[in-house]
Design a protein around this ligand. Structure first.
Ligand code: SF4
Length: 468
């Protein structure tokens, strides 16, 4: 006899980027609408989904060791269902079912909406892999947030506006796992943001692998009206006008797709946060060419300058890869020098990891692991200095944080994120700070990873930009 979904609980383990985190939110919301409820832990779950990442080999190997351990989880209770989604699922498909008998179904990155059907089939004993490509933008459309949907960060939400990538950087697996670029219609995006705003969201992050490439193919082909897209900066301006939306962010842009409209938007739209995460990857032209990044350091540097001219307090963060095949000591020194010159506020840096199906995997000039490790440590030490120095410059300034909850440090410390996307730990005033709302803060101290602040009541309206 089939069990009623109302009695069943699910849990999702998520690895990887914000796109994966948001995919988990979408699937969780779908399951809630289907009558499932969220389990307090994996032990209490009848359905466990693993949302995988394949950007580096470490994450992929972790999945395989996790799946081995989950045989016991599966046997502990009947019925139990195990599904695997995300980028590894998209790449491996049926192979995961073949290698791991404990896996009941596999769902690719374009097939999130099929998860409830796949679960139902699994409960009837059918094992399936669904990894078809879906070019219809309606794959982005999901039901409104269910009343039981648990927000990770109240007041803040991700919204997918495009997915996939047509850039084919030589190290990157994303075009193979997320497919070609596809942009969602602006009406659907605005309708989702209006609905989120009605539920109390004030801070939206627009998501896409090359988010500022939004609609670019439709512009080139003259089919924007037919496809329901519009220039990215116009979309941001529309979103900034949605009642209740106070902060708009986007991630991750590609340096090639900043037009003047987007640069100007940073200077003219107060709702557009003064933070851009701008992936550089390497500061050496030689390596950028080997990577097929399609820009050089001079072009990147000019873009940074223009963005800072448009918004003088803009915080720029980046991604960097060290040890790409062919990266010499000199290339690496150029990266260090460029990072120092551009004064990134923060960076995510990694050692190059060869990925299956990518052209760089077989490249000559692979960098020995210990050399790559040493480069990574030097780069991260430099970034640590730059971040701390940025934090110190902020001491004495006023800002506004979206309150996320009590700080992990406990006591009277609370935590929030400021418009520059920095974590701020602050001492609460007499009243408990409202989670999911914006509160004014004075920065009083700097640490390597966060700012320390104190809540205050401004006598006049807070104006962050004046206070910088
Ligand atoms: S632009 Fe980004 S997502 Fe696209 S291939 Fe390059 S690194 Fe990967």
């Amino acid at each position: 006899m089939a069990l009623s979904h109302n009695k069943l609980k699910f849990h999702v383990r998520t690895y990887g980027c914000q796109m994966n985190v948001h995919d988990t939110e979408k699937v969780s919301n779908l399951l809630l609408h289907e009558g499932w409820s969220a389990a307090a832990s994996e032990e209490k779950a009848d359905l466990l989904l693993i949302n995988t990442c394949s950007i580096r080999d470490k994450a992929e190997h972790r999945l395989y060791s996790d799946l081995g351990l989950l045989s016991d989880w599966k046997k502990d209770k009947t019925p139990r269902v195990l599904g695997v989604g995300g980028c590894v699922a998209q790449q491996e498909g049926d192979e995961l079912l073949r290698r791991f008998k404990q896996v009941d179904f596999v769902f690719g990155t374009h097939n999130l909406r099929l998860v409830p059907d796949l679960v139902t089939a699994a409960l009837l004993g059918q094992r399936k892999a669904q990894i078809d490509t879906n070019k219809n933008p309606d794959r982005f459309d999901f039901p409104e947030r269910h009343p039981d949907f648990e927000e990770k960060t109240p007041g803040r939400a991700f919204v997918t506006i495009m997915e996939g990538c047509d850039m084919f950087c030589r190290f990157c697996v994303v075009p193979l796992t997320r497919g070609r670029e596809i942009s969602r219609g602006w009406e659907a995006i605005l309708s989702e943001i209006n609905s989120l705003s009605r539920k109390g969201v004030v801070d939206v992050t627009l998501l896409g692998q090359t988010v500022n490439a939004y609609g670019r193919h439709d512009v080139k082909r003259g089919v924007m009206v037919k496809k329901g897209t519009k220039p990215f900066s116009d979309l941001i301006a529309d979103i900034a006008r949605v009642e209740g939306i106070k902060r708009v962010r986007y991630t991750s842009p590609h340096p090639m797709f900043f037009d003047q409209g987007l640069i100007d938007a940073h200077g003219s739209l107060p709702e557009l946060c003064p933070h851009v995460h701008l992936p550089l990857q390497s500061g050496s032209n030689h390596v950028l060419e080997l990577m097929r990044r399609r820009y050089d350091r001079e072009t990147f540097g000019r873009l940074v300058q223009k963005l800072r001219e448009s918004r003088k307090d803009l915080a720029i963060t980046t991604d960097l890869i060290v040890g790409f095949p062919g990266e010499s000591d000199l290339d690496f020194e150029e990266t260090l020098e460029f990072v120092r010159d551009l004064r990134f506020v923060d960076s995510y840096s990694f050692k190059y990891s060869p990925r299956p199906g990518t052209p760089a995997k077989g490249d000559p000039g692979q960098v020995p692991a210990e050399v790559a490790q040493e480069r990574l440590e030097r780069l991260q030490a430099l970034q640590g200095d730059l971040t701390l120095s940025y934090h110190r410059e902020r001491i004495g300034s006023r800002t506004e944080v979206l309150v996320t909850g009590p700080s992990r440090k406990g006591g009277s410390q609370w935590q929030g994120r400021d418009p520059y996307n920095r974590v701020v730990n602050f001492t609460r005033g007499a009243d408990e700070p409202p989670v999911g709302e914006l509160v004014p803060i004075r920065v009083v101290e700097a640490t390597p990873h966060s700012l320390i602040g104190e809540a205050f009541v401004p006598s006049v309206g807070l104006n962050e930009r004046e206070s910088q």
